[in-house]
Design a protein around this ligand. Structure first.
Ligand SMILES: *Cc1c(COP(=O)(O)O)cnc(C)c1O
Length: 495
């Protein structure tokens, strides 16, 4: 063994190193500048393109070698201003309506800074953050109509929330000790049911749970893109007869493609009769619960065994923030709780509150997601969020009305909530029409006019607008309609 050289007498004395600034005042001033710039950027976002590509020379700057030595914080901030800030996804812009992405909020962003500053590990150590998160969960139960006895946990997004809700459902309804034996011990294929319009994260969940995608049975939808209950019933009966083990059914409150809401009350009744776990994916649609005039879309939501929803979509908290609520708190705990000597709680001190949150999901070290939600809800009040949901639905209807009134355009699906699918009309075959509309979407984005996304409805290409944006105004939808018509003419004329 090498001897440690403990004789330091001939070395110059020097302070130990730290990441704290040598001069706090310098960093404090820089921090102020960063906050000023960030808020100014948000306040003027409407004046900039909805999106712009990252230029080649900027991309090249990201190939610089690993920094061995540090630079001034101000210089690094300069890199951010030059290389990053001008080229965001664009969901902070009033004419961003692609996929389902919330806009965030200025106050939420400041809360995120505070969360990172305290930097607590929210596994369940005794600290005020635990109470913040518990209050956010209590508010969540109240907003979604869940009983006070229900359990819940904050997670990264709807995909995780779906996975964790279904993990609890699989364990609760497996009918054998799946925690010990795993799915290999299943007497028949555990099978889950969901509509063909279900979000693709449900298939990822099923694969992640070790079941394989064949364990997910996709049920046809009706003309309104809602799950066909007759077909569901027939499929479950047929699968049982074939020796499969149906364990759950997923209902969607707000599908990505068209904003459809399954008949959740009927699904709840069916799940109860068939002894199936009833999971609802309400990633964005669950929030209609806050808008009294639209809450009936999600009637039956409170009957779910587990419910997934995103704060970072229609509640506009900074990404990432979502929640899964589980009616049976014991089933939730039993799915994820595990023992480790180093996590045993002491009766006093910082302890571990039994690893509280760590026992409700796979994460141990957890971020302080709760703070931005807590501060946003306190600052704006839930009624403001309900009004914004209603405002977005009214805007979607306004857009749909304008499309119907514009002969060059065609509405492609009913508009039950905040999603509008349409296209520029083209004479001739479907392929030419698909190509032209695809080109319209790309030019809208490349010219920074607006960001819709796209999907296929009955195999036909659709321009898709999902209004989950608190900065959008009616005139923004007029800009979109006019631009789509103009681009359609431009592309058609060019042949
Ligand atoms: C966005 C979405 C998801 C996935 O949520 P993430 O937060 O993106 O992980 C699941 N279901 C629906 C209906 C969604 O809109």
């Amino acid at each position: 063994m090498a001897m440690l050289d403990l004789d330091t007498s001939d070395r110059p004395a020097r302070a130990e190193e730290t990441l704290d600034p040598a001069d706090w005042e310098v960093l404090r001033l820089l921090g102020h500048r960063m906050v000023d710039d960030a808020l100014r950027m948000l306040a003027t976002v409407r004046d900039r393109p909805a999106w712009q590509p990252v230029p080649e020379e900027v991309v090249a700057a990201f190939r610089a070698p690993l920094p061995r030595e540090g630079r001034e914080a101000a210089a690094v901030y300069g890199d951010y201003r030059r290389l990053v800030e001008p080229y965001p996804v664009g969901n902070i812009h009033p004419r961003f309506w692609g996929w389902v992405i919330g806009s965030g909020s200025p106050f939420g962003a400041l809360a995120e800074l505070l969360a990172a500053t305290l930097n607590p590990n929210m596994s369940g150590l005794r600290n005020a953050g635990v109470h913040v998160e518990e209050q956010v969960l209590a508010w969540s139960r109240e907003m979604m109509g869940f009983p006070e006895t229900a359990s819940g946990v904050l997670v990264s997004g709807g995909s995780e929330a779906n996975t964790f809700g279904l993990a609890v459902g699989l364990q609760a309804k497996a009918g054998f000790d799946i925690a010990r034996e795993g799915v290999l011990g299943a007497p028949g294929r555990p099978t889950l049911y969901a509509s063909a319009q279900t979000h693709y994260s449900v298939e990822k969940s099923v694969r992640l749970l070790g079941l394989g995608s064949e364990s997910l049975r996709l049920v046809p939808v009706d003309a309104d893109f809602r799950i066909d209950l007759g077909a569901l019933e027939a499929l479950v009966a047929q699968d049982r007869a074939a020796g499969m083990r149906p364990f759950g059914v997923v209902g969607t409150a707000g599908t990505v493609n068209t904003g459809a809401f399954d008949d959740l009350e009927a699904l709840a009744g069916f799940a109860r009769r068939e002894d199936l776990w009833f999971h609802i994916d309400g990633a964005f649609g669950a929030w209609v619960a806050l808008a009294p005039e639209w809450a009936s879309l999600a009637a039956g939501m409170a009957e779910a065994d587990s419910l997934a929803f995103d704060f970072h979509k229609w509640l506009h908290t900074p990404i990432e923030a979502a929640c899964v609520l589980v009616r049976d708190a014991e089933a939730h705990h039993a799915t994820f709780a595990a023992h480790a000597d180093y996590l045993e709680p002491l009766p006093r001190g910082i302890g571990h509150l039994g690893g509280q949150f760590a026992n409700l999901g796979p994460q141990l070290t957890r971020g302080f997601r709760a703070l931005k939600i807590w501060m946003s809800i306190k600052a704006h009040g839930v009624e403001a969020f309900g009004r914004l949901v209603a405002q977005n639905i009214r805007q979607a209807r306004y857009l749909a009305d304008r499309i119907v009134a514009t002969p060059a355009l065609e509405l492609m699906a009913p508009v039950p909530s905040n999603v509008v699918c349409f296209r520029y009309r083209v004479d001739g075959d479907g392929a030419a029409s698909d190509a032209l509309n695809r080109e319209i979407v790309m030019r809208l984005q490349e010219r920074g006019i607006a960001v819709p996304s796209q999907t296929l409805l009955h195999g036909r290409f659709a321009i898709r607008v999902c209004v989950a944006n608190h900065r959008s105004r009616r005139e923004d939808f007029d800009i979109l309609v006019d631009a789509v018509v103009a681009l359609g003419r431009e592309i058609a004329a060019a042949g």
